[in-house]
Write a protein that binds this ligand. Structure first.
Ligand SMILES: Nc1ncnc2c1ncn2[C@@H]1O[C@H](COP(=O)(O)OP(=O)(O)OP(=O)(O)O)[C@@H](O)[C@H]1O
Ligand SMILES: [Mg+2]
Length: 363
């Protein structure tokens, strides 16, 4: 037999091998059922996604994957309906969500009447959509509070007798406070959306930490003094420069110091800003560590893991009374990450908190 002849003979087998190689390399799961709703083909991705044994081929669909909507979709496809998508929740080792496209296969003289389902894992996408929905719900809820308050106070002011100056003062002060809260919220949301959309071009330059810390504190010393808190700074003048966007670092430190002030009970509390050089360790390059330390209410271990989430507040009532919207730390964390750094938190209830920002040193 010539080479050509032997190739011709081997060709159907080679074609089938290629077909199975393709099927098993796909990341989507594939399942084929026959006209009696028995599973006749599964690919590797499907068996891994649904944790099915290889022996599931040849078994009734009802035993392999008992789901009435999938069975119904297959039945419709076998009856000649066009392709359709269904969403399937599956509990294997973890709960996963699949977008399943069920479609009839062309009839064939050997294998007859069959239908195909392609399973796409959409668990992560659905989780992201949920985060977005929660975000919008939270943002709307937070916006409603000051807007309702402003409307209420404005209406009261309209109805006020023109000479009642005492009441005027009583209503303008909260009006101003709520308008301020609204501004904070809108600015925070805009900052976060600029970060999300990557339209915030961070300009990383060598920055001297000492003067920057002083500038941040200038605006906050009075607030701290009013709350009876002392603020000290320990930044060695010999400290090398940090590689950062000065504006972003200003926001980061401003937020951390504001929090330190807000969450330290008035009178006798101490707030400290310290900076030092940190040698390279493991995957981390040599950096500068800037720590904001307070002797305030502290954060318990469970909440420490969550305070960087958008809108998360340990005590929403307290935060709101202080004009907080629960977005400061999420912005801080995202800015620090965008500058190639990281943030660490250690805290103890009743003792105080220490937020440490680590940023790469300028070369
Ligand atoms: N230094 C701190 N000490 C104790 N708790 C803190 C401290 N900093 C933050 N927290 C807790 O973490 C929560 C989230 O902080 P974050 O700065 O994101 O929001 P916020 O201060 O409530 O509002 P804002 O968006 O105005 O900053 C706070 O509500 C508070 O419960
Ligand atoms: Mg804050």
């Amino acid at each position: 037999m010539s080479d050509i002849e032997s190739l011709e003979k081997r060709r159907p087998q080679a074609k089938a091998n290629l077909f199975f190689a393709v099927l098993n390399t796909m990341t989507d799961g594939v399942m084929v059922v026959d006209d009696r709703l028995r599973v006749v083909v599964t690919n590797r991705a499907l068996r891994e996604l649904l944790i099915l044994p290889p022996s599931s081929e040849g078994q009734p669909l009802a035993r392999v994957l008992p789901d009435s909507r999938l069975r119904e979709a297959f039945q419709k496809a076998l009856d000649g309906d066009p392709a359709r998508n269904i969403e399937l929740d599956h509990r294997g080792l973890q709960r996963r969500t699949f977008d399943v496209l069920v479609t009839p296969l062309p009839d064939h003289e050997v294998w007859g009447h069959r239908a195909l389902a392609v399973f796409r894992d959409v668990t992560e996408r659905r989780a992201l959509e949920q985060v977005l929905r929660d975000f919008i719900a939270n943002a709307s809820h937070e916006l409603r509070t000051p807007v309702t308050a402003i409307l209420g106070y404005a209406e009261t002011l309209i109805d006020l007798p023109p000479k009642d100056l005492k009441s005027l003062k009583k209503f303008t002060e909260p009006l101003y406070r709520h308008a301020q809260r609204l501004t904070t919220l809108v600015n925070r949301l805009l900052d976060l959306s600029r970060l999300d959309a990557h339209t915030w071009q961070l300009d990383l330059q060598p920055v001297e930490v000492g003067p920057l810390v002083q500038t941040v504190l200038e605006g906050l010393r009075e607030v701290a003094a009013d709350a009876g808190l002392s603020v000290t700074v320990q930044v060695p003048t010999t400290l090398p420069k940090v590689l950062a966007d000065a504006g972003a670092l200003d926001i980061v430190l401003g937020n951390l110091v504001q929090n330190a002030i807000k969450y330290t009970p008035p009178g006798g509390g101490r707030i400290e800003v310290r900076a030092r050089q940190v040698e390279a360790q493991g995957p981390y390059p040599a950096s500068l560590a800037i720590a904001v330390i307070d002797s305030g209410i502290g954060i318990n271990a469970e909440d420490q893991a969550r305070v960087f989430e958008r809108f998360y507040r340990v005590d929403p009532g307290r935060s709101r009374r202080m004009g907080g919207v629960g977005l400061g730390l999420s912005l801080v964390r995202e800015l620090v990450l965008a500058m190639g750094g990281r943030i660490e938190l250690s805290s103890q209830i009743g003792q105080g908190s220490r937020f440490t920002v680590l940023l790469p040193m300028a070369k």
